[in-house]
Design a protein around this ligand. Structure first.
Ligand code: AMP
Ligand code: GLY
Length: 437
């Protein structure tokens, strides 16, 4: 096991990662293995990461912490601090930051902002209508008439994918509208985009766009894509079913136009632009953008990245992405499965004792998320408790490895999906032909 913080290294770069999930664990792990890095700090982090990073559980003052540690780079993991403008505060204090400005983070923080940028950039996306709280019954029903037979009802706030209901049942759609309105939030009704989903992460520095490898996320809690939406129950990369020019098309048709439009609007993007897409009969269409790395897709994507991560993030933060040599990727596939606490996503049970995933289990593929420490053991402290990453020459092998490791980990009442990437392994994912209805 490495000493805490990965000290006593040849590198000189000190990095602070903000966040506490398995995504941040994956980022910190990759950074801890990068020889140009001397120290990896995470705030608040979680105790599952403590073998590879120094943890700073008090995350109330990121600027003060960055100053105290004298870091060379701050990597902001989650959307909440980005949308709140923590990136701007750190930049104003003189730090290099991986993550967009508050203004640019609106691409995730405001669905209206994202739709407006896409409309002006000519990027295909679902059509949408907004319903404010207090809208009359008849108007809600008339709006529902214009959508369907499959309804997409979104809580128009930051809900990390959790405030979305996709249903064929109009009564269920209506009930969700009423719930969101009761909470005082506007609702967005969208047309349903039909086709397999793709998450493509792009490094963006102004108008320079460098894609990572494409991944697929599993949003529903239950096997066969049943049950409520979650933050994501598993993911794999790359996508054997994606057309050969798929990534390039997404870059050309979606990510570059959006980056250019934002630069032109005086809101240049710097950081990770996450395009969540459906591959429909019209090709890629945008479901949503996120202003950060996705969770859990980042875990398998970083598993296959061969280029040391710190230099990549640093190039974006310092505005020199265009000079970065092409990224190098390992052959094969990687896959992650999320172990969730009993009751997730409705009400996750805390306190269950986890065995087989102690801090220092990174090489076995463990990435910790909602965990705390009690009497020297890790216990469940959140909905998505941890992930396991498997890697293999084939997707099937990556799957087998992840599930074999998961079988060595125990959390009473914990649950996970057994079908992550199964349809892809079985060749059952098909891309609709262009021009098909
Ligand atoms: P979001 O929070 O917008 O990412 O939505 C969460 C999940 O709901 C997405 O990953 C999709 O699986 C599904 N979804 C959202 N919007 C649509 C749409 N317009 N068409 C089809 N599926 C959607
Ligand atoms: N995996 C979905 C997200 O990160 O929003």
């Amino acid at each position: 096991m490495r000493p805490s913080g990965g000290l006593a290294r040849l590198g000189t770069m000190r990095i602070l990662v903000l966040g506490s999930g398995a995504r941040e664990h994956a980022l910190a792990y990759s950074l801890s293995r990068d020889e140009s890095v001397s120290e990896v700090h995470v705030s608040p982090g979680n105790p599952g990461m403590k073998a590879i990073a120094t943890l700073h559980p008090d995350d109330s003052n990121p600027v003060g912490l960055a100053q105290e540690l004298g870091v060379d780079l701050v990597v902001i993991g989650p959307e909440i601090p980005l949308v709140a403008g923590v990136g701007d505060e750190l930049r104003e204090a003189g730090f290099a930051v991986f993550g967009p400005s508050k203004a640019a983070a609106q691409i995730e923080g405001s669905k209206a902002f994202a739709k407006d940028v896409m409309a002006r950039a000519g990027v295909r996306t679902a059509s949408a209508e907004s319903l404010q709280p207090g809208t009359w019954d008849a108007e809600i029903e008339a709006t529902l008439d214009r959508f369907g037979p499959r309804f997409v009802v979104k809580d128009d706030g930051l809900a990390a994918g959790k405030g979305v209901v996709v249903t064929d049942d109009r009564a269920v759609a209506r009930a969700h509208i009423d719930d969101v309105h009761a909470a005082g939030n506007p609702v967005l009704l969208e047309s349903f985009l039909d086709g397999p989903e793709v998450s493509l992460f792009c490094l963006v520095d102004g108008e320079t766009v460098v894609p990572l490898i494409p991944a697929q996320d599993f949003k529903r809690v239950g096997e066969g894509d049943t049950g409520p939406n979650t933050g994501g129950m598993g993911a794999y990369t790359p996508l054997p079913w994606l057309p050969e020019d798929g990534v390039q098309r997404i870059v050309d048709e979606v990510c570059i136009p959006v980056a250019k439009q934002m630069a032109e609007d005086g809101v240049p993007y710097s950081g990770l632009l996450y395009a969540g897409l459906a591959w429909t009969s019209n090709g890629p269409e945008v479901i949503e953008f996120n202003c950060r790395f996705g969770d859990p897709e980042t875990q398998p994507v970083l598993q296959l990245l061969d280029t040391p991560l710190a230099g990549v993030l640093n190039a974006v933060a310092n505005g020199t992405l265009a000079e970065l040599p092409p990224l190098q990727w390992k052959d094969g596939y990687a896959l992650t499965v999320v172990l969730a606490a009993e009751g997730y996503p409705e009400s996750a049970k805390k306190g269950g004792v986890i065995t087989g995933a102690e801090a220092g289990s990174e090489d076995r593929g463990v990435r910790a998320a909602g965990v705390a420490e009690k009497d020297g053991a890790l216990v469940a402290a959140g909905g998505r408790v941890l992930n396991v990453v498997g890697e293999g020459a084939t997707l099937e092998e990556a799957r087998e490895k992840a599930y074999a490791t998961l079988a060595t980990i125990d959390l009473p009442g914990g649950h996970f999906r057994k079908d992550i990437a199964l349809a892809a392994v079985e060749g059952k994912i098909t891309v609709p032909g262009e021009g098909q209805a």
